[in-house]
Structure formats: C-alpha cells, structure tokens
Design a protein around this ligand. Sequence first.
Ligand SMILES: Cc1cc2nc3c(=O)[nH]c(=O)nc-3n(C[C@H](O)[C@H](O)[C@H](O)COP(=O)(O)O)c2cc1C
Length: 157
Amino acid sequence: MVPTTPEEFRRILGRFATGITVVTSHALGGSHGMTATSFTSVSLEPPLVLVCVDKTANTHDVLLNGERFLVNILASRSDHRDTCINFAGKTKDWSLASWTDTPWGPKIDQAVAVLGCRKTKSWPEGDHTIFIGRVEALGGSPGEPLVYYNRDFWRIS
Ligand SMILES: Cc1cc2nc3c(=O)[nH]c(=O)nc-3n(C[C@H](O)[C@H](O)[C@H](O)COP(=O)(O)O)c2cc1C
C-alpha cells in the first residue's frame, strides 16, 4: 500500500473497467453533452441511476439547472471512440456525431443503451456533484459496448 496522491488515485482507478457514456441535456438552451464514466445504477424500484460531474465542467451547471438528462452508453465502433473524445473536450462538434433529439436530451445513434432521466436529487461531494436520475424511458441498439480501462479503449472480445 502507498500513500494516496492524486496521481496514484487516478492510476488505481484506471484498473476499474467501465463502459463509456455521454450525458446530454437541453437545459439552459441548446444541446449539451459530456463524456462520463462515473455512471452507476442505484436502484431497480424505483429505477435510479447516478452520474458524478466535476464542478468545473459546463455540464455541471447544465444538470444543476435542468430537470432532465439522457445517458448514452457508447458502442464499440470507431465513430463512438471519436464521439467519446469529442465530448471529453471543451468544444463539442455536434456535426461529428450522428444523433437524434429526445425530450431528455440528444440521443447518439447506435448507442447500445440510452436512459432518459428526470433529475430527482443532487448533492456536492468533494470536487464533484452527484446527480441522481429516475429513468423515465429506455432504448438502445444492441451491440458490443465500448470499454474504458487503464485510460484506454478496449473491446470485450
Ligand atoms: C473516458 C473519460 C471519462 C470521463 N468521465 C467523467 C466523469 O465521470 N465526470 C466528469 O465530470 N468528467 C468526466 N470526464 C471529463 C469530461 O468529459 C471533460 O472534462 C469535458 O471537457 C467536460 O465538458 P463540459 O465542460 O462541456 O461539461 C471524462 C473524460 C474521459 C475522457
């Protein structure tokens, strides 16, 4: 065991393999989206999920002010890798992604799963805020998900 430094903390967390999401919303006008791996299911009944957003992210104020958001779980496709990188930057180019509008937020085409959520609660923890969403609608295109591990993209197969 070693002392917890920010670098070691990040390195160790990289060993936890996750899917990759893009969380979108229409709050505050326009379309907003951000790459996030902090997505987790919380409860089955009622159906609740959470996402943790850095307080310095633009998406933070969007979700704080909004009532609804959409979680897109990306597929193992080269264009979705590009989407992940696109939405992890500060300037998003919506013309690079193929997407469809929904009442919860933009739905990225070919996402393996999409969850339309109504925000029920949020609270700050450290430098992030935890947003809880009640899932109001579900969908997606079955396929292989994109996996994030050790700060890199992987496939299941
Ligand atoms: C693979 C990956 C996962 C990320 N997960 C999160 C996350 O869970 N929460 C978060 O706040 N930022 C996360 N980020 C960073 C944001 O995507 C990044 O800060 C983005 O520029 C925020 O955009 P915004 O300021 O327009 O909201 C992640 C980035 C990458 C590449």
